[in-house]
Design a protein around this ligand. Sequence first.
Ligand code: URA
Length: 289
Amino acid sequence: MEFFEQLIAVLQEQKPGDMPGENDAAVMELMASAVGRRRQTPQREPARPAAVRQTQPREPMRQMYPRSVVPATAPCQPAERQISPPPQAISPVRSIAPFAAATMEELRSAVAGCKSCGLCEKRLNPVFGEGNPHAELMFIGEGPGRNEDEQGRPFVGDAGELLTKMILAMQFRREDVFIANIVKCRPPLNRVPTSSEAEACLPFLLRQIELVSPKVIVLLGGVATKILIDPETGITKMRGRWMKFRGIDVMPTYHPAYLLRCPSDKRLVWSDLQMVMAKFGKTPPGRRG
Ligand code: URA
């Protein structure tokens, strides 16, 4: 039953402008996993009595479905992507040591050979991150999706296209900034990385931050914000407020994938990004003088 519910949610979600590529992948992977399951378990489970089925408590949708698969009936609210176990379980991020690599290239090789968590088993390519290694502005997302996994580059799908537009609107070029993620390998079905996957990958991100040494970091979405800033507070409360991470100014904002589902919240993100622009002495056109 769970499979069909997931499939319906995936298909319902597949509407124009809603990250079609991501959903195609989710449908295909759901089908593939169902076929795999059937092959391995030819016997049917005994049917449960209807009365039992009706009284089974349901898990909230957001915890059951992977990223970009939000039930069609969901209101336009930033889904708090649940990290499991809650990121409070991560040894406080302050106490995690950065990976000891002298250069970005050394760090890249370490990421390529990393087997610290199970994500390396299913990924096609690690997604190290890219951009100016001395950027003043850094963006940190959650983790690679299907397109990123295929290409080994961050933010190259529909959400990435929107991120590139956001960067241009801020009067930077994409190659001027550095773009990274909390985890470097794609979580299967675009699920939220677990706390232990995030913890295993954090030393790489911490060293990236040290090497780039940006003036400002923009955190894209609730997962990055929970892992790096505050595991207890949701993105709705955190966005648009200056925070500090290891002495660096940090601006949390909504994830571009969320904006693809809820374009009306682009104006909130634009106001967050304008606060970042102001730190660089940049003014949006029409605001000058
Ligand atoms: N979403 C992310 O958080 N990171 C990517 O690289 C792509 C999509």
